[in-house]
Design a protein around this ligand. Sequence first.
Ligand code: ADP
Ligand code: ADP
Length: 238
Amino acid sequence: PPVLTVRNLVAQYSSRYGTISAVKDVSFQIGRGETLGLVGESGCGKSTLSKTIVSLNRAVAGQVILDGTDIAPLTGRALRPHRANVQMVFQDPYASLNPRLRIGDALDEVLVVQNVRDRNERQRRVAAILDAVGLPATVARRYPHEFSGGQRQRIGIARALILRPKLLICDEPVSALDVSVRAQILNLFVDLKHEFGLSYLFISHDLSVINYIADRVMVMQKGEVVETLPRDDLFTNA
Ligand code: ADP
Ligand code: ADP
């Protein structure tokens, strides 16, 4: 079975000026071990779709079936165990890292929130995930501002992966990085995919990045999926 099945998903924003549908009736699947690229003009709904899948936004309608469970209607306690299964990596991990928390404590906190009670187990998992993303153990004692963009993104990836998700949603994860660092982080995503059996929904406006990382490519326009094509057709069909 697919790792993710999204069916007829609708997401909206409401304000006193009215309601806009940022995601309109979107359906797709991601297979195990698959990387689905997501492209489309700014404002077409890519981020809203991602946040709705990870339940940072509530779906107005539709299903988000993760590993057999529709998590779209779940909240709070009922959602928590499933939330671990899908995590996000953002463009700028610094924005979501607490500047006053040492990296080790920030990673520890993620496990505490997920009810991993055994302190030794948490320490072991923090050390293991830092190693997996190519950071030395000493990083745990340092603060976010002490790191370069590429290292921060490694920390962002560690934080997403420490809960052992099956699916990672990456929203422009290399767009803010220098070209040489970008290649290193892309290679890290590929390595981690094989090491942990991950699947990705990978958003990038850079088609060379999509061409490198994605197996299939989904194109959004004005809140809808208008096309899904194999990676090899990315440049031939344009
Ligand atoms: P993308 O990620 O493809 O750039 P978004 O999902 O950010 O697109 O935005 C989709 C639409 O939803 C746009 O019209 C955008 O202006 C609107 N939108 C995004 N976030 C909000 C928000 N917090 N409040 C109101 N409208 C929003
Ligand atoms: P808080 O620390 O108060 O939960 P955050 O803004 O850090 O506030 O997180 C808000 C929500 O976003 C939480 O439900 C959290 O689990 C989720 N979240 C934070 N970071 C990630 C991530 N890397 N991937 C997926 N979800 C995340």
